[in-house]
Write a protein that binds this ligand. Structure first.
Ligand SMILES: [Zn+2]
Ligand SMILES: [Zn+2]
Length: 164
């Protein structure tokens, strides 16, 4: 979304609010398989003593695949995005965005924040046990058969029994 800043760009103290549904589909990748419809972005650009400050609250629900057990789960995400807008080129500072005439590309700022801050490997829960490398069972549902067969403690016990 392009936000027109014509009315605030030279007016210290003025601000331009916005609220819309951002297109976050470019954030899909890695564990993120989809962005649920209904994402929201609201905030404003404020002229503070001639400097344009951008603030936005972004809420979205991501559809993810666990990097360990491949289960599909939903992840609600909330981000507070801050940036400074500049009329000139400021390629050295990644938190400064250049205006396009009197407009700012809000999607670009929100998407950049999202892509830079989201983990590409997400887990359904912190202590996800993952899948057995041999049989593919979901170890969150309990140990599989091949796990007990290769348990080193049982192997030692088996040897002791054999030697008797
Ligand atoms: Zn998992
Ligand atoms: Zn197994």
């Amino acid at each position: 979304m392009q936000l027109d800043l014509r009315d605030i760009i030279y007016v210290p103290g003025a601000s331009a609010p916005f609220e819309y549904e951002p297109d976050l589909s470019e954030a899909v990748g890695g564990s993120i398989v989809a962005v649920r419809p209904g994402a929201s972005a609201s905030g404003r650009v404020r002229n503070s003593a001639g400097v344009l400050h951008f603030d936005a609250d972004v809420e979205a629900v991501l559809e993810c695949t666990c990097a360990r057990c491949l289960k599909v789960f939903e992840l609600p995400v909330h981000r507070s995005v801050h940036a400074v807008l500049s009329e000139g080129e400021n390629e050295d500072d990644p938190d400064v965005y250049t205006l396009c005439g009197d407009n700012v590309d809000v999607d670009e700022i929100i998407l950049t924040d999202f892509i830079l801050n989201m983990d590409q490997r997400l887990l359904c829960r912190e202590d996800c046990e993952g899948l057995c490398e041999k049989c593919g069972s979901d170890l969150n549902d309990g140990p599989c058969h091949c796990k007990s067969e290769t348990d080193p403690r049982l192997a030692v016990l088996g040897q002791l029994l054999e030697n008797e």
